[in-house]
Write a protein that binds this ligand. Sequence first.
Ligand SMILES: [Zn+2]
Length: 91
Amino acid sequence: MPFEEFPLKEVDMPFEEFPLKEVDQLVHELDKVKPAGSTVIATPMEDSHHSPCLKEMIAVMVHTAGTDNQPGEIHSIYQYCPECKIAVRVL
Ligand SMILES: [Zn+2]
């Protein structure tokens, strides 16, 4: 029986990728389920590029605002590639 070589799973992330047409959709969805008092923001990641296409990725973050002596807390982070229309949760 011949040995079949499968490509190594190159994804080293704890969450699966999922297709997403517009980053706004994810922002909208997260807005509906976010914890009370938290904010959803989408920001370009200037130093992070999607490896298959080398496009700049967009980070979507759910975080709470900090108080005077407490920094804000990040609840979840997603990365979105507008070229491949793929999002992945990284935190
Ligand atoms: Zn891409």
